[in-house]
Design a protein around this ligand. Structure first.
Ligand SMILES: NC(=O)c1ccc[n+]([C@@H]2O[C@H](COP(=O)([O-])OP(=O)(O)OC[C@H]3O[C@@H](n4cnc5c(N)ncnc54)[C@H](O)[C@@H]3O)[C@@H](O)[C@H]2O)c1
Length: 267
């Protein structure tokens, strides 16, 4: 196997004018969320950037200055479900992206972490959708994009909470699609394989311990084992898929999961 390489950030390919639209992106201080926020701002949206990481949001706001739209940072821990639902009021586009990972066998998995993962990655998206729907339904247009994962479609050992949350998110997204269709609201998942972000970098050591192999073998022998394309996905590639789902050309796409998984789920 050759060393995995990445193409680097991809330029925008989808023509998109989101002038006058408000988008909320959760986890916007991090890898994929940041790329999504910047992509939507570049398209002219006013982006409410939600994260618990205030410094990361400040960096995002600096990076987004000068683009067509604007960034409104909101420091919020999404385990505060009431605040999450409130924050979604008036949103035209909702990108449920915030997430966290812990790699442990089930018998060693701390129940309180399982609870937090499900709260942030499944219950908060439910509350954010709930908070955004009245405005979307009222105007007859809305876009919900849930950043799921190949782990919303397939399981891997030692990721019980993450896999459970992502499978739940896929179901929630489909239900929102069915309910929203008559109101002009689409709901879809974007489901990447491994993306080049801090979340992946942080789990290399855990994966090495769980599988009993050195860290340098984790990428090829664990993370990319089932991917036909042997490289990480770029955050900008994920952001471009999100942009496409917000474009007029995608208005008939709802209730689906767009896998950016290098062929993983073709197995
Ligand atoms: N990186 C990957 O390989 C990969 C693959 C498939 C799916 N995803 C999904 O993409 C999403 C983003 O992942 P990423 O790789 O960019 O991760 P990341 O760790 O780089 O960013 C996640 C962001 O979520 C924020 N966050 C976490 N818990 C929060 C909370 N309680 N309240 C508010 N914000 C919180 C973090 O502060 C961080 O900014 C996640 O849902 C993840 O499951 C990632």
């Amino acid at each position: 196997m050759t060393t995995p390489t990445t193409p680097g950030p991809v330029p925008p390919s989808v023509e998109l004018d989101l002038g006058g639209r408000t988008a909320l992106v959760t986890g916007a201080a991090g890898g994929i969320g940041r790329a999504c926020a910047l992509r939507l701002v570049a398209a002219g949206a006013k982006v409410r950037a939600v994260d618990r990481d205030g410094a990361g949001l400040d960096a995002l706001a600096a990076q987004g200055a000068g683009l067509a739209g604007s960034i409104e940072p909101l420091v919020l821990d999404l385990t505060d479900l009431e605040a999450a639902e409130q924050a979604a009021t008036g949103t035209d586009i909702l990108v449920n992206n915030a997430g966290l990972q812990l790699v442990r066998p089930i018998e060693e998995f701390p129940p309180e972490v399982f609870h937090t993962v499900l709260t942030v990655m499944l219950e908060a998206p439910f509350r954010l959708i709930r908070g955004s729907l009245p405005h979307m339904y009222g105007q007859g247009w809305g876009r919900i994009v849930n950043i799921s994962s190949v782990h919303g479609l397939r399981a891997s050992a030692y990721k019980s909470a993450y896999v459970a949350a992502k499978h739940g998110l896929e179901g929630l997204s489909k239900t929102a699609a069915l309910e929203g269709a008559q109101h002009g609201v689409t709901s879809n998942c974007v489901s990447p394989g491994y993306v080049r972000t801090p979340l992946v970098e942080r789990q290399i050591a855990d994966q090495a311990a769980a599988h009993g192999i050195p860290e340098e073998r984790v990428l090829t022998e664990v993370l990319l084992k089932d991917s036909a394309l042997k490289r990480l996905v770029e955050p900008s590639e994920v952001a471009e898929a999100v942009a496409y789902l917000c474009a007029p050309q995608a208005s008939f796409i709802t209730g689906t999961s767009l896998a950016l998984d290098g062929g993983w789920t073709a197995h």
